[in-house]
Design a protein around this ligand. Structure first.
Ligand code: HEC
Ligand code: HEC
Length: 155
């Protein structure tokens, strides 16, 4: 009888428990509030809280009048209606030891990892144009949905 057998079982049980926590955490994620979808998806996809750390969201929301070269200002009441959702559900320090450059999702390590198979020339196709253009490939990005079953890279 192999002595490491019970240990392997223990490891397996741990892995199952970890997977369980992850899927239930996913099920409990609150969906984007309608006001966020209205105000923040006019120019690009509905980016999700966990895609950036809270510090990045704070800076972005504090700088909306000069948002990546455009004026995306909102009044205080509108901002207050979705700001807590964005900050409370932001990515944690484990996922973001440092904030991505320019507070861009497309500069985050997780983004690079998830998209490592995509060649530089693919991003430049006319139908895509920019890494920030999530909706070119993620069919429901305007609803904040990025599941792998709904990905299609345009030619
Ligand atoms: C008037 C248009 C406009 C509105 C409204 C707008 N944005 Fe943007 N946003 C932009 C542009 C332009 C960029 C830069 C895109 C690029 O570089 O391709 C950008 C980029 C971003 C990025 C970085 C994406 C990346 O490259 O990783 C985030 C995050 C972001 N916006 C969040 C928001 C949030 C949150 C709101 C709502 C409060 C919002 N935006 C509203 C125009 C807008
Ligand atoms: C050129 C097409 C393309 C663009 C543009 C793109 N993605 Fe993706 N994305 C993919 C592909 C392909 C995958 C890998 C799907 C798989 O795992 O089979 C992926 C995976 C992902 C995943 C992981 C999905 C999962 O459940 O495994 C997330 C989250 C994601 N992308 C978010 C984004 C965001 C946010 C943006 C914009 C800032 C973006 N993507 C832009 C093609 C794209």
């Amino acid at each position: 009888m192999n002595h490491s057998f019970p240990f392997v079982l223990l490891l397996l049980a741990g892995a199952v428990a970890a997977a369980d926590t992850t899927s239930s955490a996913r099920a409990k994620r609150p969906p984007p509030p309608p006001v966020y979808l209205e105000e923040c998806t006019g120019c690009h996809a509905a980016y999700l809280p966990r895609m950036l750390p809270a510090a990045s969201w704070q800076r972005l929301l504090g700088g909306l009048p000069t948002h990546f070269g455009v004026d995306a200002s909102l009044d205080a009441a509108t901002l207050a209606a979705f700001r807590p959702w964005l900050l409370d559900n932001a990515g944690d320090a484990q996922r973001f030891p440092v904030a991505p450059e320019q507070d861009r999702i497309t500069r985050a390590q997780w983004f690079t990892r998830q998209h490592h198979g995509i060649k530089p020339a693919t991003w430049q196709r006319p139908a895509i144009g920019s890494k920030s253009n999530c909706g070119a490939c993620h069919g429901q990005a305007d609803q904040g949905k990025y599941g792998e079953h709904d990905v299609h890279i345009p030619k």
